[in-house]
Design a protein around this ligand. Structure first.
Ligand code: ATP
Ligand code: MG
Length: 639
């Protein structure tokens, strides 16, 4: 193993500079953080831009690095801690136990005809078997495609067709807020709707919902687990650039894109991020509240913490059930040192009694990382003051697999700045580019956040099965330059801190002023009555566009009468006037009980905008709660 540079020798700026100027030397060092069965011959092959191939010829395995590798030193230490407040279960698997379960699952999967390179679709709730399934696929070189368990048959069918899986692994049901959500009916419907049919379906029966088996196709996990109880399945060594998994983006801005990821680059990127960004140590506990259906769940519930030798908490449940202290109770109980959640979860907590934040001993927590949506300053302050622990925003995408912008306290204790996720991470040659001219912008100029390729290890290899879509979608939007567009709009201050201002499509043009919806949202959120809000630009014959705001109050009673609503609307507009100027003042501030969001908790601004403009909102398969959209229709009179 080579030595890996760290804090003692470097500032973040130096570290970053070296990662770009001496790309190969830098990543060769980072590659020493994982086990290689066969060393790589070449760090990077960038002979076909924008396609990058990392660690050519190297052979490794994600499951080996996440599980087997720790058996010699940590066999009896916790690896997977399953907590379900839905079914009142709590179970800890040591690395040795996790290893056994993964091997059994791998044997089952192989017995159902799956070989290296085959796809396995995983449609499961947050239960240990889901983790076993992912790791078992990784072990034998099968490509997993995890589909979020909350999706219904239509979304499932399109993903089945995209992946053409040989096997689907599922369960009888999930559970949300104490209500059983049966999966099997949706699964059967999804398979019926899809043109590609899996040869086999493996069902985990939790005993929550009735299970009707399709003879010849459906298999019972418990029975097969018995059969393969003592099985041995060695790790299949994979060339670094073989495919580990495919995963879809959240679909906030349209049809989700199928991201394809490699093996070696991903393992190295995660290992490096665990050390430099998350600062997690072997034997400690990591708690990420996301879902395995999202990239955060792949990288920081399953692979990242385990690769780092940490125990990882797999949590099935809501942040406020049985009460709003549940997350902190788990932090106390398992002495969590690193936690990862989303602003949307914090905003849910913000509507609860703040004293929940201090009822448990959370001093083990070194940092709470938040990602997925802009973290507005009031929410960041609320949680950081309430908890008294450092809050670290981090900005990235399904496409990149690990943070693009944050602070890397493993390298340097750079201070954080409210409203900013931080600075470009090593490996990312990040630029702000003018969307029309492609010109590079300087400090305090707004532009598109873009990455000059090659993308670093861990980032997507291509769009699954569609190289042309990869190039056309991501690398063709900025004129005159080969650059990866994040489709986010941002600004950098004089000290190098970036601020994300919204999606490039969310830029509002009011009487010639370019405003990110984020800026207006941030201002509205600073009003003490507001829990969260969404601002969209709506076509206006006079001004081109006007801003419309949809606001969720901490206490909905505050706008229960027309008079109180009107007074509050005026109050909120006055805040925006004061902070941003009258030009940014929303034409209307509507009060709603909830915002239309994706299942991953992202606000569907484009959908709200379509409704406000009386257009068809299009594909709604990723929406979480359709009644929230109905309410938008109701308050705007666009029914
Ligand atoms: P789609 O690409 O299908 O429209 P999506 O972009 O929402 O969906 P994800 O990959 O899950 O899918 O989300 C990445 C996006 O989330 C980023 O491009 C950015 O807009 C937003 N985001 C993530 N983290 C942050 C953050 N810390 N601050 C601001 N925005 C963030
Ligand atoms: Mg996106």
């Amino acid at each position: 193993m080579t030595a890996v540079a760290n804090s003692s020798s470097s500032t973040l700026a130096d570290f970053h500079r070296r990662s770009i100027e001496d790309r190969e030397g830098f990543w060769r060092e980072q590659a020493g953080l994982i086990d290689w069965h066969r060393p790589f011959d070449q760090v990077l092959d960038y002979s076909k831009p924008p396609f990058a191939r990392w660690f050519l010829g190297g052979e490794t395995n994600l499951c080996h690095n996440a599980v087997d590798r720790h058996l010699s030193t940590q066999a009896n230490q916790p690896a997977l801690i399953f907590v379900s407040t839905e079914t009142d279960q709590e179970r800890t698997y040591t690395f040795a136990q996790l290893h056994r379960e993964v091997v059994r699952m791998a044997a089952i999967i192989q017995s159902l005809g799956v070989v290296r390179g085959d796809r396995v679709l995983i449609y499961m709730p947050m239960i240990p078997e889901a983790a076993f399934a992912m790791l078992a696929c990784a072990r034998i070189g099968a490509i997993h495609s995890v589909v979020f368990g909350g999706f219904a048959s239509h979304s499932l069918a399109s993903r089945i067709d995209d992946a053409s899986p040989k096997l689907i692994i599922s369960a009888d049901a999930g559970s949300r807020g104490g209500k059983v959500v049966p999966y099997k009916g949706l699964l059967d419907e999804g398979i019926a709707l899809a043109s590609s049919k899996p040869a086999a379906v493996l069902m985990v029966n939790r005993g929550l919902a009735p299970l009707e088996r399709v003879p010849g196709r459906d298999h019972d996990y418990a029975a097969l687990r018995e059969r393969f109880f003592e099985a041995e399945v060695p790790v299949t060594w994979l060339e670094s650039n073989e495919v580990s998994y495919t995963l879809y983006t959240s679909g906030t801005t349209g049809r989700p894109k199928g991201v394809q990821r490699d093996v070696g680059g991903y393992a190295v990127a995660l290992a490096a991020s665990m050390r430099h960004i998350f600062c997690g140590n072997p034997g400690e506990t990591y708690f990420c509240t996301s879902d395995i259906g999202w990239v955060v769940g792949h990288s920081y519930i399953i692979y990242g913490p385990l690769i780092a030798g940490m125990a990882t908490i797999l949590y099935e449940g809501l942040p406020i059930r049985p009460d709003a202290g549940i997350l902190w109770r788990l932090v106390e109980k398992y002495r969590v040192t690193v936690m990862f959640s989303a602003p949307t979860a914090v905003r849910v907590l913000k509507k609860q009694d703040p004293s929940w934040l201090t009822r448990y001993d959370t001093r083990s927590l070194r940092a709470l990382f938040l990602a997925g949506e802009p973290l507005d300053e009031p929410t960041a302050r609320w949680i950081s003051e309430g908890l008294g622990r450092p809050i670290l925003d981090n900005y990235w995408q399904t496409e990149t697999g690990w943070p693009i912008l944050t602070v890397a306290h493993g390298i340097e204790k750079t201070p954080t700045r409210f409203g900013s996720p931080g600075m470009p991470m090593y490996g990312y040659d990040l630029k702000l580019l003018h969307e029309q001219t492609g010109e590079e912008l300087g400090a305090n100029e707004k532009g598109v956040v873009a990455i000059v390729p090659p993308l670093p290890p861990g980032c997507m290899q291509t769009v699954w099965g569609d190289d042309v879509r990869f190039v056309n979608t991501y690398f063709s939007s900025i004129p005159g330059k080969l650059a990866y567009s994040t489709f986010d709009w941002g600004i950098r201050d004089a000290d190098g801190y970036y601020f994300i201002l919204g999606r490039t499509d969310d830029v509002i043009n009011v009487a010639g002023h370019r405003l990110g919806t984020r800026e207006i949202e941030e201002s509205i959120s600073s009003h003490p009555a507001v829990a969260e809000c969404a601002v969209v630009g709506v076509a206006d014959t006079l001004k081109g566009q006007v801003a419309m705001a949809f606001t969720v109050l901490k206490d909905s009673g505050m706008a229960s009468s027309p008079e109180s609503a009107m007074a509050l609307e005026g109050d909120i507009m006055a805040v925006v006037d004061r902070q941003l100027g009258a030009v940014a003042r929303p034409a209307r501030v509507f009060f709603v009980n909830g915002l239309p969001k994706t299942r991953s908790g992202k606000v569907l601004r484009r959908t709200i905008q379509a409704v406000c403009e009386g257009r068809d909102p299009g594909d709604l398969t990723t929406i979480d709660d359709p009644s929230a959209l109905e309410q938008v229709r109701g308050v705007t009179g666009k029914r």
